[in-house]
Design a protein around this ligand. Structure first.
Ligand SMILES: *[C@@H]1O[C@H](CO)[C@@H](O)[C@H](O)[C@H]1NC(C)=O
Ligand SMILES: *[C@@H]1O[C@H](CO)[C@@H](O)[C@H](O)[C@H]1NC(C)=O
Ligand SMILES: *[C@@H]1O[C@H](CO)[C@@H](O)[C@H](O)[C@H]1NC(C)=O
Ligand SMILES: *[C@@H]1O[C@H](CO)[C@@H](O)[C@H](O)[C@H]1NC(C)=O
Ligand SMILES: *[C@@H]1O[C@H](CO)[C@@H](O)[C@H](O)[C@H]1NC(C)=O
Ligand SMILES: *[C@@H]1O[C@H](CO)[C@@H](O)[C@H](O)[C@H]1NC(C)=O
Ligand SMILES: *[C@@H]1O[C@H](CO)[C@@H](O)[C@H](O)[C@H]1NC(C)=O
Ligand SMILES: *[C@@H]1O[C@H](CO)[C@@H](O)[C@H](O)[C@H]1NC(C)=O
Length: 589
């Protein structure tokens, strides 16, 4: 009586249940679109025929039921459990009769691949006085645990994965994603990897890094998946990078999508072993827009190796794939997907972590009550810096004073009248920049003018290399600075900077953009970001491009999915996820 129709059918396994949720998700989306279009285009009711055998009244009843069943937590639990069951099934297929008890010793593996930050990083975030930290997410942990099992099972079975790939072997029930990037800085590199990791988990693919030291040097990140390595695909760079064109190893996604079109037209079967998702025509490397469609993803399920490369963060658009959404919504009700991936999967290796600890203990941790992190990036190098740093210094100070992040200062003339005897609190400003001008300006400013509250303001900058450099030591130093910034209570960032973006995402902090435009208007010296998420810069499309998804095709992404919005004008063009953050701790000053 009154139970949803899908429960009347025969008992379903968890995996089947996830299918049901997916169908429901799609159905609800379709219904919503249909209902809205029938409101706005009352003359055209033909779309109502899409949900076969359901009358409009029944559809409205379905919506009502869906709203009632939106008692979020239990539904999320069920969706995650069903997804975990899918991961277990994939692992069981890969395992065959082999029990991992015979070859995997967890404690030994953890001794061989130590990762101090795994246990020590969380307390750096929880001790902040003005940021409510991310709530623990046991569901995400559970998914990662199961995914790690799949990863190590496939990697143990496959042996030399490059040789497996080159011989077009399909004997294992395992699929792979290979992630790679162009020659780009650490910010973009990490963001491409984070996007590929989430895609791989959602599609139950083993994620691997391409190449060797050139991409992610050893000693930068910990091995993320217990019992196996994500390194080691094509260390000699025989089959990567793929740059489009004819190649016996990879087909490109453009030709793959054409084969889907032919199959839809005349049922031509096709069987691609390996597809590279890159638009070779474009400098803004990212997957093609049709990558984010259900029909295309259904076809990608038969592709053994996927190659994801480019230079842009693309995670926000994964939230526009209808079949991915139920799991994503259940795992990340607050949309803090990037932070969750960085803090669990992309942990700094011990070499970096000990550097971070030393920086903290020596320069930053002393009695600090409040920490402001400032990251300044002058894309135009010395020329831009010389022309601009006075203006930027003024804006940084003004932004901090306007928002009560730094205390007001006493004017020179009032000096001596009420010079406070003791510093009330210690406020530290940590500046990360290739240049020192702003740090010098702030230091000098607070030496000349005591604060009205008696608080002490200390300004710290630990490196100033002038020019952007590459290489292992530089990456280690850069990651250490990213993390040090991420421990801040407040962050001032440079528009369009992915280095800044990584810091805000590790930290789970909604930053302020220091306005970089020459003439600023009412917006003032800085603008608060709308989210913790980083901007997916220059996506190919702001509309959905799914030719076989007639309901959604060509619709504005942000209107169909309000949690994916255009980035702010002060930042740069693009799309980003809108996270839900509790900022109440900022107000208790
Ligand atoms: C709905 O019915 C039409 C016409 O009978 C058919 O072509 C279509 O495949 C059906 N769709 C579904 C989802 O069953
Ligand atoms: C395919 O890979 C499996 C697992 O590595 C291996 O045992 C098998 O010999 C390979 N087959 C061929 C034809 O290379
Ligand atoms: C794995 O196979 C590839 C391709 O055959 C080869 O170049 C590479 O040296 C092999 N790696 C190891 C560790 O044997
Ligand atoms: C590329 O596509 C062709 C069909 O056009 C197919 O025969 C070939 O196996 C594919 N190559 C790979 C590496 O998947
Ligand atoms: C994938 O491959 C299986 C078996 O080869 C086939 O039955 C299925 O139709 C294929 N799926 C797609 C979407 O091509
Ligand atoms: C810091 O920069 C501001 C803005 O350019 C300027 O007005 C001020 O004089 C500078 N202060 C010092 C101590 O250099
Ligand atoms: C802002 O500066 C640009 C040139 O940099 C100028 O063309 C424009 O008129 C200015 N706008 C305002 C409102 O002053
Ligand atoms: C899409 O919708 C969003 C949110 O309503 C809006 O801000 C944006 O300008 C729209 N984009 C386009 C290309 O129409």
């Amino acid at each position: 009586m009154g139970s949803p129709t899908f429960q009347k059918t025969k008992p379903v396994s968890s995996v089947d249940r996830l299918q049901v949720y997916r169908v429901w998700g799609v159905t609800i989306a379709v219904i919503t679109v249909v209902v809205f279009s029938s409101i706005f285009i009352t003359s055209d009711l033909s779309p109502l025929g899409i949900i076969n055998g359901t009358s409009p009244q029944e559809q409205i009843d379905l919506i009502a039921k869906q709203q009632v069943s939106e008692s979020i937590a239990p539904r999320n639990d069920a969706v995650v459990q069903a997804f975990v069951a899918e991961l277990q099934q994939a692992t069981a297929h890969a395992t065959g009769k082999d029990s991992e008890g015979n070859w995997f010793q967890q404690s030994q593996w953890n001794r061989d691949y130590p990762c101090l930050s795994r246990t020590e990083l969380p307390q750096k975030y929880s001790r902040r006085n003005y940021v409510r930290d991310l709530a623990p997410n046991p569901q995400w942990r559970a998914v990662l645990r199961e995914y790690a099992k799949l990863h190590r099972t496939c990697m143990r079975k496959v042996g030399n994965v490059t040789a497996y790939f080159m011989s077009r072997n399909t004997s294992l029930d395992c699929q792979f994603t290979v992630v790679d990037t162009d020659e780009i800085g650490i910010g973009n590199r990490f963001l491409v990897i984070a996007s590929a990791v989430l895609y791989s988990i959602l599609t139950k693919r083993v994620v691997l890094l391409a190449g060797d030291e050139d991409f992610i040097p050893e000693g930068l990140l910990c091995e993320p998946f217990e019992g196996s390595s994500w390194r080691g695909f094509d260390v000699n760079r025989i089959v990567t990078p793929y740059r489009g064109g004819e190649n016996p190893f990879w087909n490109n996604s453009g030709s793959f999508h054409s084969r889907i079109d032919e199959a839809v037209k005349d049922g031509k079967p096709f069987d691609d072993y390996a597809v590279a998702n890159i638009d070779a025509q474009s400098w803004v490397g990212q997957p093609h827009s049709r990558f984010y469609c259900d029909v295309e993803q259904e076809n990608y399920k038969n592709v053994t190796f996927m190659y994801l490369t480019g230079m842009l963060y693309f995670l926000p658009k994964l939230f526009t794939v209808p079949s991915f959404r139920p799991v994503l919504e259940a795992l990340f009700p607050d949309r803090m997907a990037l932070t969750s991936i960085l803090r669990e999967v992309m942990l700094p290796a011990d070499e970096v972590w000990t550097r971070v600890q030393r920086m903290e203990q020596t320069y930053l941790e002393d009695r600090v009550d409040r920490r402001l992190g400032v990251q300044l990036r002058y894309r135009g190098g010395w020329g831009e810096y010389n022309g601009k740093f006075h203006t930027i210094a003024g804006r940084v100070l003004q932004c901090a004073l306007d928002n009560n992040i730094l205390p007001p200062m006493v004017k020179n003339t009032e000096r001596g009248n009420n010079e406070p005897a003791l510093a009330m609190r210690m406020i530290t400003v940590f500046v990360a920049s290739l240049y020192e001008g702003v740090k010098n300006n702030l230091t000098e400013t607070f030496l000349r003018h005591p604060t009205a509250t008696g608080d002490a303001v200390k300004v710290v900058q630990l490196s100033s290399e002038g020019d952007q450099k590459f290489g292992k030591l530089v990456y280690q130093g850069a990651l250490a600075e990213v993390l040090t910034l991420s421990f801040s209570d407040h962050l001032f960032v440079t528009p369009k900077s992915t280095f800044s973006g990584l810091a805000q995402a590790y930290g789970g902090v909604v930053p302020w953009f220091i306005d970089w435009r020459d003439n600023i208007t009412e917006s003032g010296p800085c603008t608060r970001a709308q989210t913790v998420d980083v901007c997916f810069q220059a996506p190919f499309d702001y509309n959905i491009k799914c030719p076989y998804d007639h309901e959604r095709h060509d619709k504005n992404i942000s209107e169909v999915y309000p949690d994916v919005q255009p980035c702010l004008a002060v930042d740069t063009g693009g799309l980003q996820l809108i996270t839900k953050n509790d900022m109440s701790m900022e107000l208790l000053r």
